[in-house]
Design a protein around this ligand. Structure first.
Ligand code: NAP
Length: 382
């Protein structure tokens, strides 16, 4: 799809889009709340390609905003400058323009200056204190140090200057523009966890799940991902490893390859905790498998049995076939968790090549390095 059509919308000038629909993909009894979203881009002139991400500007949790206002003794109507210099009420500035989850170093230093008890916070800003800073910040939001040092006060303007700008979140697009030219679909896990005795909520995932209404607009932009495209040659086969929300771009790939009638084959490895409650897009995926859009489909439900089974275990079980696909020139794609999964999947890929190809570890590593060089190994990890 061409991206040459001129649209006035970009990260700097996001499109005010509307949510068309959302539904839960995980069911009753799941430990997750992963949702499917459909956002209208009608009238925007925006173009996207499969593999791209959507940038979403969230709004903060109003409950958290009110708690901060109350702690600092503000009524909320005090006028402050937003990051672009426009005047806003401090309530709106905190809702829409400033990050109120992770505290900035500036905030910690300012607390240390005003309250002797907070003096140790000043040292956390030094580059060599990086690990201490990480440890301190873990599970803490702006409200936490404010409550820990209750005698510190700022003026509204002083306080705003101690906050970072609220950043947009990027989500891999889960639809193909050939099938949904006027819509963008997302697959988002709603983040909620406990820390330091409080319930915490991921900013953007909870904004989408609980605060964005169909009447209200959400500011969006397309984030192009040139490194994560389908093969230029449609006869090439693709292997996709996408556990959890990592399934998103592969739903888009499958829609696209079906719509274009690409001659290459498709193989998907999907993993989640339980088949009964967490099998995201089960019906669609099984239909594509039945009708032959998905030539091979392997699932790994990690918690349906005593020992963990992950996508990489399924790859190893099918080493011969997987290696044969690679030898025929298949592209290998990974999407999802960067911290552990993507590394473990790469390790498994090396083992597949070693075992099925009869290579030494060194040769298998070189094989993977060549795949990367040829851009046949593509990652979208977060
Ligand atoms: P997810 O937590 O990535 O889980 C999907 C499936 O992957 C589950 O069956 C999970 O099993 C399994 N899994 C866990 N570790 C794995 C590994 N090393 N190799 C292969 N599979 C593994 O799914 P998600 O809902 O997309 O995650 C939501 C959010 O949490 C994402 O933003 C993700 O980046 C983030 N996340 C962060 C971390 C982290 O350590 N920073 C870890 C996971 C997810 P089990 O749950 O049974 O182990």
């Amino acid at each position: 799809m061409s991206s040459s059509v001129i649209t006035p919308y970009s990260r700097k000038n996001p499109f005010p889009a509307h949510l068309l629909a959302q539904r839960r993909l995980t069911s009753e009894g799941s430990m997750k709340d992963t949702r499917h979203y459909e956002i209208s881009i009608a009238g925007s002139g925006l173009n996207y390609e499969v593999g791209d991400s959507l940038g979403v500007f969230p709004q903060n949790d109003p409950v958290l905003v009110e708690e901060i206002l109350q702690r600092l003794g503000f009524c909320g109507e005090e006028s402050v400058a937003d990051p672009s210099g426009e005047r806003q009420s401090i309530r709106d500035a905190l809702l829409r323009y400033y990050a109120i989850t992770e505290p900035s170093k500036q905030l910690l230093s300012a607390l240390a200056q005003q309250d002797r008890a907070a003096a140790p916070l000043a040292q956390l800003s030094a580059p060599e204190a990086y690990e201490h800073l990480e440890k301190y910040l873990w599970g803490r939001e702006v409200i936490d140090p404010l409550l820990e040092y209750p005698h510190v006060y700022f003026t509204p303007e002083e306080f705003i200057k101690l906050l970072r700008k609220l950043q947009p979140r990027l989500y891999s697009i889960a639809s193909s523009p050939r099938v949904y030219p006027q819509e963008i679909h997302l697959t988002v896990a709603t983040v909620a966890y406990q820390s330091l005795g409080r319930q915490r909520f991921g900013v953007c995932s909870n904004f989408l799940a609980h605060r964005l209404t169909e009447e209200q607009s959400v500011s969006i932009f397309i984030h192009s991902a040139k490194h994560f495209r389908l093969p230029e040659d449609p006869t090439r086969s693709i292997i996709m490893v996408g556990p959890g929300t990592g399934i998103a771009p592969f739903r888009a790939f499958l829609q696209e390859r079906k719509a274009t009638g690409a001659l290459g084959k498709q193989w998907l490895f999907f993993g989640e905790q339980h088949a009964k409650t967490d099998f995201l897009y089960r019906e669609e995926l099984e239909t594509w498998h039945r009708e032959g859009t998905l030539h091979r489909f392997d699932t790994a439900f990690s918690r349906d049995q005593e020992e963990k089974i992950y996508v990489q275990h399924r790859m190893l079980q099918q080493a011969q076939e997987l290696y044969a696909w690679l030898e025929e020139g298949a592209y290998f794609y990974v999407c999802g968790d960067a911290a552990h999964m993507a590394k473990d999947v790469e390790h498994a890929l090396v083992q597949v090549i070693e075992r099925a190809g009869g290579h030494t570890e060194q040769q298998a590593l070189e094989y993977v390095a060549t795949m990367k060089k040829e851009k046949r190994y593509r990652k979208d990890v977060y």
